[in-house]
Design a protein. Structure first.
Length: 281
């Protein structure tokens, strides 16, 4: 892209796996962006938005736009990088939010086509030479959102000690005032230790949640296979970037070290680290 033709601002929590996915995507594609770290308690930084989750990406490619949902952000920007037929505004309109109601009666927004790149036939064949490549990428992007991401909290808050270490990292890397930070570290650690137990039950995880993490990670490695550097072949595709983005939020924590020792993920993970610039992380 010509310098300055796409101005991006990412509103995030640094330790959020969905935000980490977006950063991995932007960094891999060499797209410059500004980061606004959001205070997770007050969230004043996103008071302009009726959408109250992160990540939020403000994108300006001639006119300002707000993109919500990590997978929508990635699909829309990737489509924009490949296709020159449509403006970013038109591309974003292809991902309309649909209101749905959960079993508990809570109204949520869903983006049913968020794993699709909105390309014409010629562009699709250039990016996905065979249909199976596209199907595989979409399947594993969805897997990262629907399964892998739900293994993070139960693992990083598995014990009181791990919960405290995780919140020490969250407070250190996040945007907290001094008193807010102390409160978040100790009260948050206790709260998330118990929340992790609820999440474990909700997602029907084993007593030792590490086993679910190890199984999921090895399932991913098996899907990549021995004959490919990445699922995308010689370069990562959007599934590689999603899985890497989710897993790296555990770096520096006991769960991450255990994963590296007890699974086959390390060679692939190191290859990902080599191809993704560290800027913006």
């Amino acid at each position: 892209l010509p310098a300055g033709s796409l101005q991006l601002t990412l509103y995030q929590y640094k330790t959020c796996p969905f935000c980490s996915k977006v950063r991995a995507f932007l960094d891999y594609h060499g797209l410059p962006y500004e980061i606004v770290e959001v205070n997770p308690i007050m969230r004043r930084e996103i008071k302009f938005s009726s959408y109250r989750k992160v990540p939020i990406l403000l994108a300006n490619a001639g006119s300002p736009l707000q993109l919500n949902d990590s997978s929508v952000i990635i699909s829309a920007i990737k489509t924009y990088l490949i296709s020159r037929r449509n403006s970013l505004e038109e591309i974003v309109s292809f991902y309309p939010p649909v209101k749905t109601v959960t079993e508990k009666g809570k109204e949520v927004l869903e983006y049913e086509n968020k794993y699709w790149l909105m390309l014409d036939e010629k562009e699709t064949k250039r990016v996905y030479p065979v249909k199976e490549v596209r199907v595989e990428e979409m399947k594993w992007r969805k897997w990262a959102d629907d399964w892998l991401v739900h293994l993070i909290s139960p693992n990083v808050y598995r014990t009181p000690k791990e919960a405290l270490a995780s919140f020490d990292y969250i407070v250190r890397e996040g945007k907290f005032g001094t008193l807010e930070g102390l409160f978040a570290k100790y009260v948050g650690a206790v709260a998330m230790f118990f929340v992790s137990k609820r999440l474990k039950k909700r997602h029907q995880l084993r007593d030792d949640v590490r086993e679910d993490l190890y199984e999921a990670v090895n399932e991913w490695v098996k899907a990549v296979g021995k004959n490919r550097l990445f699922m995308g072949g010689n370069q990562p595709n959007l599934a590689d970037l999603a899985v890497y983005g989710v897993l790296r939020v555990m770096e520096g924590l006991e769960a991450f070290d255990d994963m590296m020792v007890h699974t086959n993920i390390q060679p692939w993970y190191q290859r990902m680290e080599e191809v993704i610039p560290k800027t913006g992380i």
